[in-house]
Design a protein around this ligand. Structure first.
Ligand code: GMT
Length: 382
C-alpha cells in the first residue's frame, strides 16, 4: 500500500507510535509518506520505502497564529495526488483529523478518493479535545473519518462518554519494537551511578501537569527513608523548575538526577529497577510499556488505560491518583526483597511481550484494507 502518515514529529507518545508504525510498515514493503512540519524524531534510519514531506505554513504579519490546519490540508492534497496514496493515517485528532477531512473533500472534487483513518491517542480526547473551544470540530471530524482507532479500551469508552460519536471505534493497542527495547548489560553505567548498590527509580514524561511529577518526588522521598536509592527524571516540560524546587525543599537533590530529553531511553531503563507513572489521566502509558519491555516493573496510578498494561501485584502496582504514600509502600514492597523484585521484572517483560509490534502491525494492515474496501464500496453505491 501507499500510506500517508500525519503526526506530531516531536517527542511524545503519539508521534513515537506513528513513526515506529510507519517504519515497520516500510520494512514490510509498504511505501510510507510522513507529512509533518518537521522530520519526526524517531525517523532515525534510512529506508528506501520512507518519504518525508514537509508542511510549511507561510507566515504573514496579519496572522497571530499560523493557519497550520490549512497548510497541512493543502500538503495532503498535494502528496495524495502526486504520490498516489491509497490511504491516509492521522495520529492525534487535533487538528489532523479536520485537515484530513478538508483534504479528502478537495481531492474528491478533483476525482481522487482518499479514505483516512484517525487514531485517538489520549489528550486529544480527555483533555484538549473535549474543551468547548475544540469540541465541535473534533467530534465532527471523528464522525466523518473513514476509520477510527483508539489505543486502549479506556480511551474508546472516554470518547463515547465525552462526544456524540455515531461510529464504531476499533481498539488497536500501542506496541513495542523489541529490536530496540530490550535488556542490555549496562552494569558499568549502573556502578558509576549507584556505586553502593542503590536501587534506581525512573520517571519519563513531558513534565506536564497531567503527569503529576510532584507525586514521583513525594513517593521517592518516602522510599528513600527505607531503601537506599536514586531517582532519574527524564524529559522536560513546564513543571520541571517547580519539581527542582521541591527536591531542594525536601533535601533530596543529591539523590535525584534531572536528565532532560534523552534519545536512548532504553539505556537508562536498562539500569533501572522501577518505573513510576502517577498520571492524572493516561490513555495508555507507552513510556511504562517501554520500561516493562526492558524488564522494569511499574508503580503507577490507576488512571485511564494504565490498568490495561500494568497488572496489579504482577507487573507492578496501581494506586488511586494522588496517593503517593500507597505508591511508596508498593515500591518498598517490591524493592526490599531481591527475589520478589526479580519475579516482578520477569512478569513485566512477559506482559510487554504481548504488545510486540509483530502482533499489532497486522491489525493495522487489516484495518487499512477494510477501510479502503468499505470506502470503495460506498463510492460505488453513490
Ligand atoms: O502524554 C502526552 O501528553 C503525550 C501524548 C501524545 O499524544 O503524544 O500521549 C498520549 O498518547 C500516547 C501514545 O498513544 C499514550 O501512550 C499516552 O498515554 C497518551 N497520554 C495521555 O493520555 C496523557
Amino acid at each position: 500500500m501507499n500510506i500517508g502518515v500525519v503526526c506530531y514529529p516531536t517527542y511524545g507518545g503519539s508521534g513515537v507510535i506513528a513513526t515506529e508504525l510507519g517504519k515497520a510498515l516500510a520494512r514490510k514493503g509498504h511505501k510510507v509518506h510522513f507529512i509533518t512540519y518537521q522530520e519526526p524524531v524517531r525517523l532515525d534510519s534510512f529506508n528506501e520505502n520512507i518519504f518525508y514531506h514537509e508542511v510549511s505554513a507561510l507566515d504573514y504579519p496579519l496572522f497571530q497564529y499560523q493557519p497550520y490546519e490549512s497548510a497541512l490540508a493543502s500538503k495532503i492534497v498535494d502528496v495524495a495526488r502526486y504520490e498516489k496514496l491509497d490511504i491516509l493515517h492521522v495520529h492525534y485528532a487535533i487538528p489532523h483529523a479536520s485537515s484530513a477531512l478538508i483534504a479528502r473533500s478537495i481531492l474528491k472534487e478533483r476525482g481522487y478518493n482518499l479514505p483516512f483513518v484517525t487514531t485517538l491517542h489520549g489528550t486529544d480526547i480527555t483533555l484538549v479535545g473535549k474543551d468547548p473551544g475544540y469540541k465541535p470540530v473534533v467530534e465532527y471530524s471523528i464522525n466523518h473519518s473513514d476509520g477510527i482507532t483508539s489505543v486502549s479500551k479506556s480511551l474508546k469508552d472516554d470518547t463515547y462518554n465525552n462526544f456524540g460519536i455515531t461510529r464504531e471505534i476499533e481498539v488497536i493497542p500501542n506496541f513495542i519494537d523489541f529490536s530496540r527495547f530490550k535488556k542490555t548489560n549496562k552494569d558499568h553505567f549502573k556502578t558509576a551511578i549507584a556505586p553502593n548498590g542503590e536501587k534506581i527509580l525512573i520517571h519519563v514524561s513531558n513534565f506536564r501537569k497531567v503527569k503529576r511529577v510532584e507525586d514521583v518526588v513525594m513517593m521517592f522521598d518516602l522510599v528513600l527513608k527505607k531503601i537506599p536509592s536514586k531517582l532519574f527524571l527524564v524529559g522536560d516540560g513546564p513543571e520541571r523548575s517547580g519539581i527542582e524546587v521541591l527536591c531542594r525543599k525536601l533535601g533530596i537533590s543529591e539523590q535525584v538526577r534531572f536528565l532532560g530529553k534523552q534519545d536512548a531511553v532504553e539505556d537508562l531503563l536498562a539500569i533501572s529497577d522501577l518505573f513510576i507513572l502517577p498520571s492524572e489521566t493516561e490513555s495508555f502509558g507507552l513510556a511504562a510499556l517501554e520500561a516493562m519491555a526492558v524488564e522494569v516493573p511499574v508503580i503507577s496510578s490507576n488512571a485511564g488505560g494504565i490498568p490495561e498494561i500494568n497488572i496489579q501485584g504482577k507487573t507492578g502496582f496501581l494506586s488511586p491518583v494522588g496517593d503517593y504514600e500507597d505508591m511508596a509502600k508498593n515500591a518498598i514492597y517490591i524493592l526490599e526483597d531481591e527475589a520478589r523484585l526479580k519475579q516482578f521484572k520477569k512478569n513485566a517483560y512477559a506482559q510487554a511481550k504481548t504488545f510486540n509490534i509483530d502482533n499489532i502491525l497486522p491489525q493495522y494492515e487489516a484495518y487499512y484494507q477494510k477501510v479502503i474496501r468499505y470506502y470503495n464500496d460506498l463510492e460505488f453505491m453513490i
